[in-house]
Design a protein around this ligand. Structure first.
Ligand code: SF4
Length: 369
């Protein structure tokens, strides 16, 4: 479905993470992070497998100790998505990850993520950059509102967006002075307006690709909403090249939430969108059941179809016009529309099958994503 409103993507340079290219016109990738003790390689691998099955495209694991580096070496040969090592405090873990190899001889870690504010100063940051350059490994510089440099806090008084962007630009400059350019930047904050402002300000000053997230978003329900508000607002400004929805507990739901945010903001649509009316007192059909059945059947489809299911003939008629395929249902029957043109009258019990047939026909006529 073509809409006149579109978002111009902020132009960023491309940075490769194994076979995934981040930035430019490449897809906005969906990431997640494991919650296991990384050193427990079998538990971590099992969780990564579940995340891969859910569609996760890049995975991050925390690496605070040597045993975690060894686990990465054991894990990487058995997964298909790029593995990122998350480094805090101990820069030696970053150096170890950059050297680490799997039994098959491949790189154990495809990218490292460091927070320059908590690895013990500029010289250590430089050492990590030099090693990453030597090894050809990309790095995410994750500036965090909670760990800004003292001089920036003094200059600005508190960790405001200007201070966070200045910190990011300062570290980019240091890395560039060493001839290193494989950087992806994040400027995470838990406060949504701050995060939106940080990324907006950064995009005005830099063409490095960004990873989006709202830190400490919270429980699954509120965290999903808060992430949708924050990540969604940034995406709608055309900014963002990878995203992660951070939720408390099991990380698997983070993946669906990430894809849902991309789809809701029309930044990346890799499955049909089923739009349903909220229902009201005019409804005289079991719309919830119909929508649930349609959504169930759509699982696994890779077309950016917009399917609308409306609960009455009068209003549904107009609203179904905005969809690729729509149905306006009511009083035990319905009308199926294709791009606004009524094509079939169906009984309530035939609705789901008839809609499915039309979706299949539509699929045959349009190439997959
Ligand atoms: Fe109510 Fe009809 Fe609107 Fe659905 S489409 S909310 S049933 S008026």
């Amino acid at each position: 479905m073509a809409y006149s409103t579109s978002v111009q993507r902020h132009k960023t340079r491309e940075v490769g993470i194994d076979d995934h290219v981040v930035g430019g016109d490449n897809p906005i990738w969906v990431q997640s992070m494991t919650t296991t003790d990384t050193a427990d390689a079998s538990a971590t691998l099992a969780q990564i497998k579940k995340l891969e099955d859910a569609g996760c495209e890049i995975i991050r694991v925390t690496v605070p100790k040597k045993a975690d580096v060894e686990a990465c070496m054991a894990i990487r040969d058995h997964i298909t998505i790029p593995l990122i090592a998350d480094i805090h405090y101990d820069y030696r873990m970053a150096l170890a990850c950059l050297e680490a190899r799997t039994p098959s001889g491949r790189r154990a870690v495809d990218k490292i993520r460091i927070n320059p504010g908590n690895i013990g100063g500029v010289e250590r940051f430089k050492e990590v950059v030099r090693r990453a350059k030597d090894q050809g490994v990309p790095m995410r510089i994750g500036v965090n509102s909670g760990s800004l440099e003292e001089d920036l806090i003094e200059k600005y008084g508190f960790p405001c967006p200007e201070a966070m962007v200045e910190s990011a630009l300062r570290h980019i400059e240091i890395a560039e002075s060493l001839g290193y350019h494989q950087m992806i930047i994040s400027l995470k904050a838990s406060h949504v307006p701050t995060a939106v402002e940080c990324y907006s300000l950064f995009a005005q000053k830099s063409d490095y690709p960004t990873h989006l997230g709202i830190t400490e978003a919270g429980s699954r329900e509120y965290g999903t909403l808060k992430s949708a508000a924050g990540i969604g607002a940034i995406l709608l400004r055309g900014i963002g090249d990878t995203i992660r929805v951070s939720l408390l507990g099991d990380p698997v739901p983070e993946v669906k939430a990430g894809f849902d945010i991309l789809r809701a903001t029309s930044r990346r649509i890799n499955e049909p969108e089923v739009v349903a009316c909220p229902t009201c007192g005019r409804l005289d059909i079991d719309l919830e059941r119909i929508v649930a059945e349609v959504e169930q059947r759509m699982k696994g489809l890779k077309h950016p179809l917009r399917i609308s299911i409306l609960g009455c003939l009068v209003n549904g008629f107009g609203e179904a016009k905005e969809a690729d395929i729509g149905i306006a249902a009511g009083s035990g029957k319905g009308i199926i529309f294709k791009r606004g043109v009524p094509i079939r009258h169906v009984k309530e019990e035939e609705m789901v099958d008839a809609l499915w047939q039309e979706v299949m026909r539509f699929e045959e006529d349009t190439p997959p994503l």
